[in-house]
Design a protein around this ligand. Structure first.
Ligand code: FAD
Length: 431
């Protein structure tokens, strides 16, 4: 098998497949090395209950420029979930309910306080070098405490962001402020961009469309063990001991799997420390099929106070309703235990009847070892910009180190496009 390429791209998530496509379309020889038996990484459209569901990254938006460009390029439409007028929110040990407007009345003043400085801290959300580093040192929890809220108010606020949170203490506030600044300081706008619009045919359809334009050689089930740059050539060694040489490498693996890879020469200390401290998000998503066409609802509970922290009736299927649930801590519930899931949902909707569930455990998956990316305090402005710099002939991509759109498919795609452009320039200089 061919063992020398212009570029080896490692990791066929959204970052890697875009980087590989762009470089191969420029005429460079590219190998795309992927540990799993499929492309897509933390996006995963799969069949469950006889229909297709997204067990990983799902929601996209037209304000996310790279993904929107790709969707338009391939003529792929998006659609909205069921319209839910009813809201449940767990706060101060009670489940409260009302219309979505009642819920917004409770949460909006608190959230406005929480993100009041989003635009002033991130005047140009795409430029993190313009950000004061002290705000990046703050955790979500630091900021929550600084607001001196009542127990009820704190739970309402924490519940509103729980669909993004595993740990208020370990996750920095800066990433949230940056996202909200990107929607002109409006948290509800940010929430819509993050959690509403689906891709028709799923992320798999988009991934396949991108791959159909790629001339890269795709090698599935080829986990990488080490990357070594000798200054004129990069050697990639697979777990099976196969050696592949390339002029440049783009590593598009999740930050939580990079600790398993030997990289030579060593990375600068702050970058290595970011890899060692890991992305803290160990959350999961469960799709639940419940009996009948129940009234559409949204539910919110603070991370740590319920095994299900965000839930939404998303669609109808064969006379039943499909509920999307986010569990801030994947370990807090067994997604296959229908009774446990039913009990957790009945906290909000008393008579709900679970028929089936589908989930993927991203935390124990060896090729992700975590959920969506979230910067620990200090990392957004500290180590991440450093990781986006070339390390000799090795370039890094992936949503976990993205500048804008970190933690989202958008961030993955942006970093893939940028890394491909940088490597193409480096190749042009050498040719
Ligand atoms: C439950 C969940 C819900 C989410 N919801 C949303 C959402 O609604 N909207 C949104 O925009 N984002 C969402 N995200 C985040 C989004 O899915 C990710 O940010 C994005 O898909 C990451 O893409 P990536 O290419 O950076 O990394 P990945 O998709 O993780 O791709 C990295 C690739 O590297 C491979 N790999 C790892 N180790 C090795 C190795 N040693 N050798 C070879 N290959 C290796 C992996 O198998 C993987 O294919 C969600 C994520 C999760 C987990």
């Amino acid at each position: 098998m061919k063992d020398f390429f212009d570029v080896a791209v490692i990791g066929a998530g959204m970052a890697g497949i875009l980087a590989a496509r762009d470089l191969s379309q420029k005429g460079h020889s590219v190998v795309l090395l992927e540990g799993r038996d499929r492309v897509g990484g933390r996006t995963f459209t799969t069949e469950a209950f006889g229909t297709e569901l997204e067990l990983g990254g799902t929601y996209v938006h037209w304000t996310h420029p790279t993904i929107w460009h790709e969707l338009q390029r391939h003529g792929i439409p998006i659609f909205a979930p069921l319209n839910a007028e009813k809201a449940y929110w767990l706060a101060d040990d009670d489940v409260h309910w009302g219309t979505m407007n009642d819920y917004y009345e409770a949460v909006n003043p608190l959230m406005s306080q929480f993100v009041h400085d989003a635009r002033s801290q991130f005047p140009m959300p795409f430029n993190v070098s313009a950000v004061a580093s002290d705000v990046d040192q703050q955790s979500l929890e630091d900021r929550i405490i600084s607001l001196n809220l009542s127990a009820y108010e704190r739970d309402v606020l924490e519940g509103a962001m729980s669909g993004l949170v595993h740990s208020y203490r370990e996750q920095g506030v800066a990433q949230l402020l940056q996202g909200v600044s990107g929607t002109f300081g409006d948290y509800n706008g940010f929430f819509e961009t993050a959690s509403f619009w689906h891709i028709e045919g799923g992320t798999k359809r988009l991934g396949n469309a991108i791959m159909s334009e790629s001339a890269a050689m795709l090698r599935l089930q080829t986990p990488i063990q080490s990357i070594s740059d000798n200054g004129s050539l990069v050697t990639v060694t697979t777990r099976a001991g196969e050696v592949i040489h390339s002029r440049f490498v783009i590593s598009a693996m999740p930050i939580n799997t990079l600790g398993d890879i030997t990289i030579e020469p060593e990375l600068p200390a702050p970058a290595q420390s970011m890899i060692n401290s890991k992305n803290p998000v160990m959350a999961s998503k469960i799709y639940v099929r419940v009996k009948g066409t129940i009234e559409p609802f949204n539910a919110f509970a603070p991370a740590g106070k319920s095994p299900i922290n965000a839930a939404r009736a998303e669609s109808r299927y064969e006379g039943d309703t499909l509920i999307m649930c986010i569990c801030s801590d994947a370990a807090a519930i067994d997604a296959n235990d229908h009774m446990a899931v039913q009990d957790a949902l009945r906290k909000f909707v008393p008579d709900i009847e679970v028929i089936d569930t589908a989930s993927h455990d991203w935390g124990t998956d060896e090729f992700s070892q975590g959920g969506w990316g979230w910067y620990r305090p200090g990392k957004l402005t500290g180590a991440a910009p450093l990781m986006r710099q070339p390390h000799g002939r090795i370039f890094f991509a992936g949503s976990d180190i993205a500048s804008l759109g970190a933690g989202f498919i958008e961030g993955a795609m942006q970093t893939g496009v940028v890394a491909a452009r940088q490597v193409a320039s480096a190749l042009a200089i050498e040719e």
